[in-house]
Design a protein around this ligand. Sequence first.
Ligand code: SF4
Length: 277
Amino acid sequence: MEVLLARENGFCFGVKKAVELTEAAAETGRSVYNLGQVVHNPKISERLGALGVKVIKDPAEAKEGIVVIRAHGVPPEMRAKIEAQGLECIDATCSLVLRAQRFTKQLADEGYKVIILGTPEHPEVVGLLGFAPAATVVETKEEWEKLPRMKKAGVVSQSTQPPWAFKDLVSHVSEISQETKVFNTVCPVTVKRQHAASELAEQVNTIIVVGGKNSANTRELVNLAKMQGRNAYHIENADELQSEWVRGEARVGLIGGCSTPMDTLLEVKERAEKLAA
Ligand code: SF4
């Protein structure tokens, strides 16, 4: 059996930066804390944990040392809280998320009713809400069809939402609002990865998607493969791979989310080949 790797794999630049900044902080020998999982991948959390990095939910849990803000960003008041406690703050927010935060604030400051496409409890969306507390978060067509008519509507997106959903939302909001301002904040890296998943789906019946179960961009790859009628399995590591998924297949596809390390993907590839033999 052949395992086909998608043409886009490995860390995106935002995840790479967040991991490297946390590792560099750990090398200083001081106490280092991640405010929430720095990226949505259990293997990375484990690796950073081995360097002594602790994951906390609130800056109050850190007595002294360095707090690294996750790639998904935080609301401005959270950052202020870190600084007010006299802790050193390293901001690992991805530059694309910072851009989305800026646009969200701009829309709110200009008097637009802000509509965010995203998952309400996702940390990136929680961060965006900090810049426009009166914003409405919608995730599904059913939800955005319930939006009231508006005078001025401003639309942004959580970076990992599918571009087609953003397009549909913008088209709907334009119909129910007198004036619409749109900032397309869908991450181009995740869009590229989604295209790679679609291409892979054209060549195989089964796709293994590797990434954190709480990783939005990974889950989107699974949805995409299923929408193309393929068998899609979401695993976090090689141990979760089941022989019946690969046995009898001439080839299977393999793709990872933006926070899945290449070595995890290669472990899955090796185990898939062994299970199919
Ligand atoms: S997926 Fe996109 S927005 Fe998220 S960390 Fe990576 S590059 Fe940044």
